[in-house]
Ligand binder design. Structure first.
Ligand code: DGJ
Length: 386
């Protein structure tokens, strides 16, 4: 899709209040066509952004005009100002081999990339569904590259943490888990079934072969430890799982979050020592109300809060679904909520919702609808805080 840059690029004179310098900043306009530096609508859905050596890299699903299946792979765009994005091309390609896990026509969603300073590699994780199997496989895939702009080489895809129980299960919880018997629950959505889900009905079903891993994100903590956060157990329960030092494997240490809560699209960030997670409910491509959780430790306990969204369409996350929370480099208290406004009938036309996060006096994140804003917004916030 080609669009004149003039349609979108609106220059606003932003005043840098904290330093009294006049700066020109471009606007970020949520829900509209977002042309790259060549005038084509950015094609990086369900994505995430990695900051590396002065440049932001936006990775996301390439979407075709007529199908949500992966016909191309993972796209990357680079930027130094978060508004002008250069197309770096396909950094991870699907394979022209139907026997491959990543055969063209598979489902490859929500890619995220992190940099591993221990071995100077870039590691991509993504949600993978095998070609022709709908959403049954529920695997995590991993690929590695030497450069932020790829190419990324496929390592493997799998269900995760086979044979491992959440390390924080109490003796009582393990005792209840041991008594669960899947054959007692022919019917879903009954009260006893819901209780059994909370106690680990699907965790037990998948214990031997590995846990389901669908919608996902990655999070690297201040100590360099990386975590894979994914919708598991039939999209009913989120897991937070530790990755190995090279970020390529699961260590087997994981916890369940909001068991039976039906959350997906997790996005995680840390602010002033508190971990915050925004997720969505499970309504396919249709938007629903964002969910907010917080914890003092990555392993929880996680507490649920009301939606952080405020303004028109807040109850449907401004027609979007969370995908990532981007810390603005070099700035305190500056985070951008990234979401997708899916268009399954014309997937490549999917739109992006990017909104700044502000913090209420008790530290709770608030995301307010703004059709257009610039990064100067964060200068205003820090002046108000003084
Ligand atoms: C919602 C998920 O968040 C998306 O990534 C995608 O898997 C759709 N469901 C498919 O319906």
């Amino acid at each position: 899709m080609k669009f004149g840059t003039g349609i979108w690029v609106v220059l606003v004179a932003g005043v840098c209040l904290s330093c009294s310098r006049q700066q020109e900043m471009k606007e970020i306009r949520s829900g509209e066509i977002w042309p790259d530096t060549e005038g084509n609508h950015i094609n990086a859905h369900g994505g995430g952004v990695m900051y590396h050596e002065g440049t932001y890299y936006w990775y996301g699903e390439h979407k075709s005009d007529t199908t949500c299946n992966a016909m191309v792979g993972v796209m990357c765009y680079s930027s130094t100002n978060l508004t002008d994005w250069k197309n770096e091309g396909v950094v991870f390609s699907v394979a022209d081999d139907d026997s491959s896990d990543i055969a063209r026509g598979c489902i490859l969603e929500r890619p995220k990339v992190v940099y591993n300073s221990r071995n100077d590699k870039f590691v991509m994780w993504f949600h993978l569904e095998l070609k022709g199997q709908g959403y049954a496989a529920a695997r995590a895939g991993v690929a590695v590259g030497d450069s932020p702009v790829g190419p990324f080489h496929f390592l493997r895809s799998e269900r995760v943490n086979a044979g491992c129980l959440p390390f924080d299960m109490s003796q009582e919880e393990v005792a209840l888990f041991d008594t669960l018997d899947g054959s007692h629950f022919k019917e879903w959505w009954t009260r006893p079934w819901e209780q059994a889900v909370k106690e680990g009905l699907f965790l037990k079903r998948d214990l031997e072969d590995g846990q389901m891993a669908r919608d996902m994100t990655l999070f690297v903590d201040d100590d360099g430890k990386a975590y894979h956060i994914y919708a598991s157990e039939e999209n009913l329960t989120l897991h937070i799982a530790e990755l190995s030092n090279d970020y390529r494997w699961h260590t087997g240490r994981f916890v369940r979050v909001a068991a039976g809560g039906m959350n997906e699209a997790p996005a995680l960030f840390k602010h002033d020592g508190t971990y915050w997670m925004i997720a969505s409910g499970c309504t396919g491509w249709a938007p629903n109300e964002a969910r907010l959780f917080s914890a003092k430790r990555i392993w929880g306990p996680w507490i649920q809060h009301p939606t952080p969204c405020v303004g028109p369409d807040a109850e449907i996350t401004f027609k979007g679904q969370s995908t990532y929370i981007l810390p603005v480099a070099g700035r305190r208290d500056a985070y951008i909520f990234m979401a997708d406004s899916w268009r399954p009938e014309h997937p490549s036309d999917g739109r992006y919702i990017w909104l700044p996060i502000r913090f209420s006096p008790d530290g709770t994140p608030v995301i307010e609808w703004m059709p257009a804003w610039s990064l100067n917004y964060f200068d205003k916030l820090s002046v108000e805080k003084q």
